[in-house]
Unconditional design. Structure first.
Length: 234
C-alpha cells in the first residue's frame, strides 16, 4: 500500500484528503479495484485503521512544518457496520494529540440507502467526538432528502460530473445552484469537486458554494511533495 494526498480549499485554510493506492508489482491499483476485495475478505477493518493512522500521522507532520491544515479520510460502507469504529477513531486522535475537529470522515450515498439505522448510530457517535462528517460524490446516488436530513452531515461534496460542464452547460449550473440552496436549508456546507480552472472556481464562488476541491488547488501527491512545497513557500 502507498498513500498520497489531494487538496481542497476552504477560504484561508486547506484540507488534505488522504488517498490510498496499492502498488502491486509496479502497477498502481485504484481503490475501485482492491476495496471490494478487502471488504469481501474482511480485511477492510485493518486497511481502514492503517489509512486512518497514516493520515493522522501525516497531519501531525504537516502541522509540524507550519501548515495550518486538517485531514479528510474516506470510510467504506463496510466500516460503518463496525461498532468499534468510533472507539478506534477516538483512540487514534488521542494517540496523536489531535481533536475530533482535526479530522473529516467521508462517506458515500450508499450508506444512506443500505443500513440507515446502524450507520446513523455510528455517525452520531463520530460527530459527538467533533469529527466532521462529509457526504462524498453527492448527486450520483439515490439517497432521499429525508435520509440526508437524518444524518449528522456537516459537508456535502457536489460530484465533479456537474462541475465539469459549468460555464458550458446552463443546466449543470442550475443544478449546482439548486444543490447549494438545498444544502443551505438543511443546513449543510457544500464543496464543489473537480475544480480545474480559475473560471470554474469563479462560477462556483458566484453560486455561493463555499468550498472547492480539484487540480486547481493541487494534484494527488505523496506527503514529501507537500512538505517540499511548504518549505519553498516559507
Amino acid at each position: 500500500m502507498c498513500r498520497c494526498h489531494a487538496v481542497h480549499n476552504v477560504p484561508g485554510h486547506y484540507i488534505y484528503e488522504a488517498l490510498v493506492r496499492w502498488n502491486r508489482e509496479g502497477r498502481v491499483c485504484t481503490p475501485n479495484e482492491f476495496i471490494p476485495i478487502a471488504e469481501s475478505t474482511g480485511l477492510i477493518k485493518e486497511i481502514g485503521e492503517w489509512v486512518l493512522r497514516s493520515a493522522l500521522s501525516d497531519l501531525v507532520t504537516l502541522r509540524a512544518h507550519g501548515q495550518d491544515v486538517t485531514m479528510s479520510v474516506n470510510v467504506s460502507p463496510m466500516q460503518l457496520r463496525d461498532d468499534s469504529l468510533p472507539t478506534i477513531v477516538a483512540a487514534l486522535l488521542n494517540e496523536y494529540g489531535l481533536s475530533g475537529a482535526d479530522l473529516a470522515l467521508e462517506i458515500t450515498e450508499s450508506v444512506l440507502i443500505d443500513d440507515l439505522g446502524t450507520a446513523k448510530s455510528l455517525l452520531d457517535r463520530l460527530a459527538a467526538l467533533g469529527v466532521l462528517i462529509v457526504l462524498d460524490d453527492f448527486g450520483i446516488g439515490y439517497s432521499s432528502l429525508n435520509r440526508l436530513r437524518a444524518m449528522p452531515i456537516a459537508l456535502l461534496k457536489i460530484d465533479k460530473s456537474f462541475v465539469h460542464e459549468i460555464g458550458r452547460s446552463e443546466s449543470d449550473t442550475r443544478l449546482i445552484r439548486a444543490i447549494v440552496a438545498m444544502a443551505s436549508a438543511l443546513p449543510v456546507n457544500t464543496v464543489a469537486e473537480g475544480v480545474e480552472t480559475e473560471k470554474q472556481a469563479s462560477i462556483i464562488e458566484s453560486l455561493e458554494c463555499r468550498f472547492a476541491q480539484g487540480f486547481l488547488f493541487g494534484r494527488p501527491a505523496p506527503i514529501a511533495h507537500w512538505l517540499l512545497e511548504s518549505a519553498q513557500q516559507r
